[in-house]
Design a protein around this ligand. Structure first.
Ligand code: LLP
Length: 429
């Protein structure tokens, strides 16, 4: 069923008669020990993906700033920090997570997001982050005020909106002028001039992020070209721009039946970005991949509770729901779903794989052909390492899943399962 090479997914069968494992670790054993739903990630896989960037961008000074929103588990942040990663954050909470995982990583943090508040800005100023990606003139004003109040210099990049179309789901496309993100590139020079006049503001970079789950390298090249043009102008205007933040967004392939070569993907991406950078000198490239590093390293394990028929339809009801993994409901996203046990025969069923949440939108797959499963069986929902747990909620008063990080033969619980008393902890009677 899952026949990809190790480099695409860490969840494999030793042979057709074996159960699915994560590297050397039995998923059935993890589910027995920690219960379900359970997120399982491979540390080796995450590190492998991270190192692909180092390899493909070896000729260009760069920092890979992992987009924390993709999966903000402290265990994963710590793993990446130890490898030298920087971090792209979008809230004070994410900054606190990075500091908790590794205080010394503060100098490798870039702060993006359209709605930064004064307390979040203050925390970032005090922590000494690398770069604020400023998304509006109002934010620049607030940052100028806070930085002079705290007497802390703020290195900034304007996040420019390059008006480049990235072919992806409309909810995760960000680089068109109709989107709320960034400052129109045509207006950027004026805003930089204004920024340079502020005592504690230091224009140091230009940033761009055009969207997520982008499959072709071409839009990255186009957006980078526009940014490079702006950097040349700004340098002529006398601003010492040192950083080009090219954002994140590199896509993966969620369909196991379609070919996917992670190594080639990063190489093509690097080639497109570096071609656009061309002869621009003394530039440090910042990259903000999220999904590409962690999505395929993770699976959500769920137990089949019931098989139910309604008229012509069959439903496989699992103990995981849209509150645990919302991507199929929110973006009609495809996730491969595979039984963990060794296939028992060739019988198949076609069913909607759904959760227990009281919404018809609570599904992981519709009309999906699966090897025959029965109540009690364990299934793995693949490619769930990015925007899975980080988008999970307590809807229907469902405690969020536990998380296990597998490294070599070891499997460490990096987040215990929430309890209902955790959920009540903030409420008053
Ligand atoms: N940098 C910025 C400024 C971003 O807004 C994002 C993602 C990233 C980097 C990382 O993008 P990535 O490399 O992961 O594509 N929940 C959606 C994805 C939302 C992406 C939001 N921004 C999903 O599950 O597909």
């Amino acid at each position: 069923m899952v026949s990809d090479s190790f480099s695409v997914r860490p969840f494999q069968r030793a042979d057709a008669k074996s159960a699915l494992t994560c590297g050397d670790v039995s998923l059935e054993a993890l589910a027995k020990k920690h219960g379900t739903p359970l997120y399982v990630y491979s540390a080796d896989h995450i590190l492998g993906r991270f190192r692909l960037f180092g390899k493909s961008f070896a000729n260009q000074r760069h920092v890979v700033c992992y987009a924390v929103k993709a999966n903000s588990a402290l265990g994963i942040l710590k793993l990446l920090a130890a490898e030298g990663a920087g971090f792209d954050i979008v809230s004070g909470g994410e900054l606190e997570r990075v500091l908790m995982a590794d205080k010394s990583a503060a100098g490798r943090v870039v702060f993006s997001g359209v709605g930064k508040t004064a307390p979040e800005i203050d925390l970032a100023l005090r922590s000494g982050i690398l770069l604020f990606n400023v998304e509006s003139e109002g934010e620049l004003e607030l940052l100028a005020e806070r930085s002079s109040k705290l007497r802390k210099r703020a290195r900034i990049a304007l996040r420019v909106n390059p008006d480049v179309f990235a072919e992806t789901h409309p909810y995760i496309s960000t680089g068109l002028s109709e989107h709320k993100f960034g400052i129109a590139i045509q207006r950027a020079r004026t805003v930089y001039k204004h920024a340079a006049a502020q005592k504690f503001i230091e224009p140091a970079g230009v940033s761009v992020h055009i969207g997520s789950q982008i499959q072709s390298a071409e839009p990255f090249g186009a957006a980078t070209s526009r940014v490079v043009g702006l950097i040349r102008q700004l340098r002529k205007d006398g601003l010492p721009i040192q950083y080009l933040d090219a954002g994140g967004g590199l896509g993966i392939e969620y369909h196991a039946s379609k070919p996917f070569h992670p190594e080639k993907k990063v190489e093509q991406y690097a080639a497109a970005v570096e071609k656009s950078i061309g002869q621009l000198e003394d530039i440090t490239l910042l990259l903000e991949p999220g999904r590409f590093l962690v999505a395929q390293a993770g699976a959500l394990l769920a137990r089949v509770l019931y098989i139910k028929k309604n008229g012509k339809k069959t439903f496989v009801i699992t103990d995981a729901g849209m509150n645990d993994l919302i991507r199929p409901s929110l973006y009609q996203a495809h996730h491969e779903i595979v039984p963990v046990a060794a296939p028992k025969g060739s019988r198949k069923l076609t069913a909607d794989i759904v959760g227990p949440v009281c919404e018809s939108g609570d599904f992981f797959a519709r009309d999906r052909e699966l090897p025959m499963v029965a109540p009690g069986d364990l299934v793995a929902i693949l490619d769930a390492g990015a925007y899975g747990q980080s988008l999970a909620s307590n809807y229907n008063t469902r405690p969020r899943p536990a998380e296990v990080l597998v490294q070599g033969k070891k499997a460490n619980l990096i987040r215990r399962r929430e309890t209902t008393s955790d959920l009540f902890a903030t409420e008053m009677l």
